[in-house]
Write a protein that binds this ligand. Structure first.
Ligand SMILES: [Zn+2]
Length: 133
């Protein structure tokens, strides 16, 4: 696991931009679509080794004249897509029970099991000067 320093509060000046794209293939209708993300690339110093760690953030508007790299990030498959004429799941079974509203589990910190709150024992009353009389 890489340890990187906290992201500085001042704006990070990117060193380049990247167009990261994937091909989405629909397993139902077979259509192919390309999905692109425009990213700002910068480098942060690793806290442990001081080595640069590539940092990419989504960028809605480039602000500088910098190189733009294109990266093909592979193909992904989807069971259905927006081009599908219909989405028929009737060949699948119904869910075992009706969907409901579920409680979130109690949060736990990594490595610390949450202990149930112990019942507070009554605090002994502080002695006062009247107790000595
Ligand atoms: Zn489709």
């Amino acid at each position: 696991m890489a340890f990187i320093a906290p992201i500085p509060s001042e704006p990070i000046i990117p060193t380049s931009y990247m167009i990261r794209f994937t091909i989405l293939k629909c397993m139902s209708c077979g259509s192919l679509a390309r999905a692109s993300e425009f990213m700002a690339v910068s480098y942060l110093k690793s806290r442990a080794l001081g080595t640069p760690v590539k940092h990419m953030t989504a960028c809605t508007k480039p602000e500088y004249d910098l190189p733009v790299e294109r990266l093909f990030a592979g193909q992904r498959t989807l069971p259905y897509c927006a081009e599908c004429p219909e989405t028929d799941l009737s060949h699948l079974p119904l869910p075992p029970s009706a969907a409901g509203l579920y409680d979130l589990s109690e949060p736990t910190l990594k490595g610390l099991a949450r202990k149930p709150a112990a019942a507070k024992a009554p605090q002994p009353r502080k002695p006062t000067i009247e107790d000595l009389a």
